[in-house]
Design a protein. Structure first.
Length: 275
């Protein structure tokens, strides 16, 4: 049965054929061909050939015993294909691919070792494959990584979620989501699907609705942005209230309107009668 081109292009070391718990990489390289043993009319042979000067080597004037007309070089392959197989155990911590066993092959061992760093990408891909994303805003904003980001937003880039900064972050989260997490839902909006986070929250053009944002990290960034903005706004309101208190001072009291002459006379008469 004739193979299709797709079958011909399919690599022989596919993941499905690998031993369980093992990843395999199959690389195709080149290596210098081992010289064939000296022999009459062998490839890559320099010899006296039968022919005339300037005549190319051919089947009718090969290197043969007794020929001495011209000096000829019979060609042949100088490289052979090198199949380089690398393996690594996926169930071992910090497992790396094995070294190349082809010492003289191209690419060399150093280049292959650098390419085999793909093991880190495979581990990351496996982790992503098993990731179950959650859209629970409260869970996202309470994540350790988000607390570290909040610490930097409050006390600067070098701040850590520890000591006094930890207290500030915890107080902020308590103000934002309370104990049961209802407040964060109100802050983000009654309808999460219809909400359009600002450009500063998730980047882009600022025209994507929340239901179109599926990356857990982008959703977490949006929650962080709104939490920090609310905290800053509340602090600004408190500062304004302290600078301009709402309770009236003595200078704010309304003065009584001036009394007319008749009113002053009646007031004086009333005081006299009271005495």
């Amino acid at each position: 049965m004739q193979k299709s081109r797709r079958d011909e292009r399919r690599p022989s070391g596919s993941r499905a054929q690998n031993e369980q718990g093992t990843n395999k990489l199959v690389l195709i390289g080149l290596k210098a061909r081992d010289m064939p043993p000296p022999a009459e009319d062998a490839e890559l042979t320099l010899c006296a050939a039968a022919g005339t000067n300037g005549q190319k080597y051919g089947a009718n004037n090969g290197c043969s015993n007794g020929a001495s007309t011209v000096l000829a070089l019979k060609g042949g392959k100088i490289f052979d294909k090198a199949t380089i197989t690398l393996t690594r155990k996926t169930d071992a911590s910090d497992s790396k691919y094995s070294d190349s066993s082809e010492a003289t092959a191209i690419p060399n061992k150093k280049t292959i070792a650098a390419a085999a760093a793909i093991a880190k990408l495979e581990d990351a891909a496996a982790a992503i494959g098993t990731l179950s994303a959650t859209l629970d805003i409260k869970a996202l904003i309470m994540a350790p990584r988000l607390k570290e980001q909040l610490a930097k937003a409050i006390d600067g880039e070098g701040a850590k979620y520890a000591d006094a900064t930890k207290t500030k972050v915890d107080n902020l989260l308590k103000e934002v989501i309370y104990e049961n997490g209802d407040e964060i839902k109100n802050a983000v909006g009654k309808s999460l699907d219809d909400m359009t986070p600002q450009k500063a929250a998730v980047g882009g053009n600022g025209d994507r609705q929340l239901k179109a944002i599926t990356s857990p990290q982008e959703i977490a960034d949006a929650a962080t942005y709104y939490a920090v903005r609310r905290f800053i706004n509340e602090q600004e309101v408190k500062k304004k209230n302290q600078e301009s208190p709402s309770c009236p001072t003595n200078t704010d009291k309304l003065t009584e309107p001036a009394k007319s002459a008749d009113e002053r006379k009646k007031h004086k008469t009333s005081e006299t009668l009271q005495r």
